[in-house]
Design a protein around this ligand. Structure first.
Ligand code: ARG
Length: 462
């Protein structure tokens, strides 16, 4: 073993030949885990403070470590830090630089600690920060959504089942469905955060450590709610990251559905909305085109987030306790899920105020779809006709309206009466779109007054 070899790798003491370049590249993670450098430094400083407090290192060592870390931080922030593949990962890169700067104190930092509990701590800190960002962005999106829902609280839109016109709803009501979905998403992220926010440090490699450490102190320093209570579990499980990806997958599924609707609504056959030009792109060959690229991409990116969830589940399932290097593969899927979700939220929060309704087209679609047919059936039922008979009578009325090329409220009164003698002058109050909407005035219904009340409730929950 050469001297050079032993100085290159912190762990090279027992090795007799250097690592091949291919193995080096295959096993290194610094290219992607260096994004956790802030968390790594934070974790190290808390660990060092604990070591000094417990008399495991001296006050002078701690001072040296703090001074050295301040410089490391400054070098990374300013882009002067030299990341080295030879030093494998973010942890060894930072530790090595610290040691170069402050000498033996840097070498004492790793007392009572392993990269296994160190990396688990870094990921949890990183994820906690990411969740906090996501929750802020979600709120921003929801708040913009509520503004639009309030503005469109009384705008009639055809509600679909089977993508066929079913019954009138308001555009505001439709948008509020997405508020509910994202509210549950936010709850899920907050819940994942609780389980993420536990400290693995102290587990060391797997079995804990022989030093008189104070884990509670480190946990408090780092803002964790408590410590992971089993050292093997602490270094090995990534279930919190999997849960996070599951929450991301669900969120993306919701945004994908919204995206699909926006794509349809922007198509002139629907023509229900306009999306501001800054969220659309043109075609390089067809000069007339305006394409809804942002929603399309969100729909497409949903696939990769589902993929990350599957990747992490699969990564975990065959691992014996405790830490295995497999776990290094947790980071890229996790980071990409974070990036995809934060970018999607940011862009949708921006895009919502750029969406405007085209009420005349919505109304045309309602008319062509006989959207108030159920209201007529309900009307007859309330007058005493069994619902199945009412259903049939209205079916005939729709056929007649279709023949005449008119909507139900445009059928002459005499014509309507042919389908049931129970039809009275008051029928027009329920046959109109406004009448249909106004009657669904229970909680969760689409009546404009209910939509406005729902917006108020939703705002108070934000
Ligand atoms: N880069 C590693 C990871 O991401 C850090 C932990 C390595 N531990 C070890 N014993 N090789 O998991």
């Amino acid at each position: 073993m050469t001297q050079e070899n032993s100085s290159q790798y912190t762990w090279a003491g027992r090795f007799s030949e250097p690592m091949s370049d291919l193995v080096k590249r295959y096993t290194a993670s610094v290219d992607f885990d260096k994004r956790m450098w802030r968390q790594d430094i934070r974790g190290s400083l808390a660990h060092a403070a604990m070591l000094a407090r417990q008399g495991i290192i001296s006050a002078q060592d701690l001072a040296d470590i703090e001074r050295g870390m301040a410089q490391v931080r400054e070098e990374i922030e300013s882009g002067r830090f030299e990341w080295s593949l030879d030093l494998e990962d973010v942890h060894l890169n930072i530790e090595k630089r610290l040691t170069t700067l402050v000498g033996d104190a840097g070498k004492r930092l790793h007392t009572g600690r392993s990269r296994n509990d160190q990396v688990a701590t870094d990921i949890r800190l990183y994820l906690r920060d990411a969740i906090d960002d996501i929750l802020v962005l979600l709120k921003q999106f929801q708040s913009n959504l509520l503004d639009l829902a309030e503005k469109e609280a009384a705008t009639p839109l055809p509600g679909f089942t089977h993508l066929q016109v079913a019954q009138p709803v308001t555009f505001g009501h439709h948008l509020l469905a997405y508020f509910e979905m994202t509210r549950r998403d936010a709850e899920r992220f907050a819940d994942v955060r609780r389980r993420t926010n536990r400290l693995p440090l102290g587990a060391a490699a797997l079995a804990g450590t022989t030093y008189p450490i104070d884990r509670e102190f480190v946990a408090a320093q780092l803002g964790f709610d408590g410590v992971c209570e089993n050292s093997l579990d602490a270094v090995s499980d990534r279930d919190f990251a999997i849960e996070f990806c599951a929450a991301c997958a669900l969120l993306m599924m919701h945004f994908s559905r919204l995206s699909e609707e926006l794509v349809l609504w922007m198509n002139p056959r629907f023509g229900f909305v306009k999306i501001a030009d800054r969220f659309c792109t043109g075609s390089s060959i067809m000069p007339q085109k305006k394409n809804p690229d942002v929603p399309e991409l969100a729909r497409g990116k949903t696939g990769r987030v589902y993929g990350h969830l599957t990747a992490l589940l699969t990564l975990m399932k065959g691992q014996p306790l405790a830490y295995n290097k497999d776990n290094q593969e947790d980071k890229e899927p996790l980071f990409d899920a974070v990036d995809t979700v934060t970018d999607t939220l940011r862009i949708f929060a921006d895009m919502i105020p750029g969406i405007s309704a085209r009420p005349e087209n919505m109304r045309d679609a309602l008319r062509q779809g006989f959207a108030t047919a159920t209201d007529l059936a309900d009307y007859l039922t309330k007058k005493g006709l069994p619902f199945r008979d009412a259903h049939e009578a209205v079916g005939l009325a729709v056929r007649r309206a279709e023949e005449l090329g008119v909507d139900l409220p445009q059928l002459p009164f005499a014509e309507l009466q042919k389908f049931s003698p129970l039809v009275g002058e008051d029928v027009f109050a329920v046959l109109t779109v406004e009448g249909s909407l106004a009657q669904r005035k229970h909680i969760g219904g689409t009546a404009p007054e209910q939509v406005r009340a729902a917006v108020v409730r939703a705002r108070s929950r934000l």
